[in-house]
Design a protein around this ligand. Structure first.
Ligand code: UT7
Length: 338
């Protein structure tokens, strides 16, 4: 091609396959009652969580991501060799470097793929989805794996009842490909960052500011620290704002949506957003009771639940939304094409 020429029109991208994986070990609210001063009824009422899956020692984020990716590719009959790029959204990489995407590329045998990690906490999956979508729309690639994966148990203090009840481990992968004639696929994204909220949900130690030392470990700086109330208030306000604005920008109303698939941080945040959108519960996908908050894994895990429950069908308009550490805010409107 002439190097001065560019394709004139953008292509359309679609999610062509989905695969998820959670580790088999389950930690119930009853188990947590034996570990910290908490009650099953409190956890269920305040968060909607009944149980979460956790890895065994030695199992890392790349292991969950590879299993989710294998399932995703197998469903579509695509070989790992055909994958051109891998984007992994995670805040719990196997190690600071190399990127978990490199580890996954190798374990998966995706010999022709490049890739990188994207750090946006609970919004990681929707942010990565936009980046992957652009790689397809511009014609740069035809097969991009977008994976949300986190082993939150690796950074949780299991003596801190305010955080240990919330999080779980899990991963989900989607394959992005060009949409076929007549298909719509990915429609629009709306993302936002408010860095002034960084202090309300963070892991202070282990980075260049506070490199790991006996002191950082003694001060528990390698664990998640959260001001739950502050995050809750921000999340309730922003989930409504971003979803309403994204729908308005596209001339869509809550009644037009086939499914609302939000980040699973707290059942009350989801229900309040759904009410603002005027969506009845049958179209709102909630599986926080089974998996807790798996950070970048929640949305693809919820897509899987929607498929298993026969609540997600080809041609439906679907809204994704998330709010999380950063603060990060993200939403995506798409037409389901599987
Ligand atoms: O995905 C990342 C984004 N994160 C979020 O979206 C999380 C947003 N925040 C939340 O979901 C909620 O704030 C939490 C679930 C974290 C906490 O629920 P809350 O209703 O905001 O509780 P709270 O922190 O206001 O605490 C209320 C009471 C306190 O007792 P007092 O001071 O009223 O006597 C806490 O000490 O509940 C107590 N408490 C607990 N009791 C039993 C806090 N944690 C627990 C617990 N078990 N695990």
């Amino acid at each position: 091609m002439n190097p001065d020429q560019r394709p004139k029109a953008l292509l359309r991208a679609k999610i062509s396959s989905l695969g998820t994986y959670v580790p088999p070990r389950v930690l119930t609210n009853a188990d947590l009652e034996k570990m910290v001063d908490t009650q099953d009824a409190w956890i269920l009422e305040r968060t909607g969580i009944r149980e979460r899956h956790l890895v065994d020692k030695g199992v890392a984020t790349s292991d969950l991501a590879v299993e989710a990716a294998r399932r995703c590719l197998a469903k579509r009959g695509v070989s790992p060799d055909e994958v051109e790029a891998i984007i992994i959204a995670t805040v719990t990489p196997d190690m600071l470097f190399p990127a978990t995407a490199c580890l996954v590329q190798n374990k998966l045998g995706a010999h022709h793929a490049w890739g990188f990690d994207l750090s946006a906490a609970c919004c990681g999956f929707v942010y990565a989805l936009q980046v992957g979508t652009k790689l397809i729309e511009t014609g740069a690639h035809k097969k991009v794996l977008v994976i949300g994966a986190d082993v939150m148990s690796s950074i949780i203090d299991y003596t801190d009842r305010s955080t240990c009840i919330i999080f779980g481990d899990g991963a989900g992968a989607v394959l992005l490909e060009p949409a076929a004639e007549g298909e719509t696929g990915m429609i629009d994204f709306m993302h936002e960052v408010d860095g002034s909220g960084g202090e309300f949900l963070y892991m202070p130690g282990g980075g260049s500011l506070h490199p790991p030392s006996a002191e950082t470990v003694a001060q528990k700086m390698h664990y998640v620290h959260q001001d739950g109330q502050a995050v809750y208030k921000f999340a309730v306000r922003k989930m409504s704002e971003v979803t309403e604005n994204l729908l308005a920008r596209n001339g869509v109303e809550g009644k037009d949506l086939g499914a609302f698939i939000p980040h699973q941080a707290n059942r009350r945040i989801i229900v309040s957003t759904a009410e603002r959108l005027g969506m009845d519960s049958s179209r709102v996908i909630i599986n926080i009771d089974r998996f807790g908050n798996t950070t970048a894994g929640t949305i693809p895990l919820a897509m899987q639940t929607a498929l298993e429950d026969d609540r997600l069908h080809k041609g439906q308009l679907v809204l994704l939304a998330s709010v999380g550490a950063g603060y990060t805010v993200g939403a995506c409107l798409l037409r389901w094409e599987m």
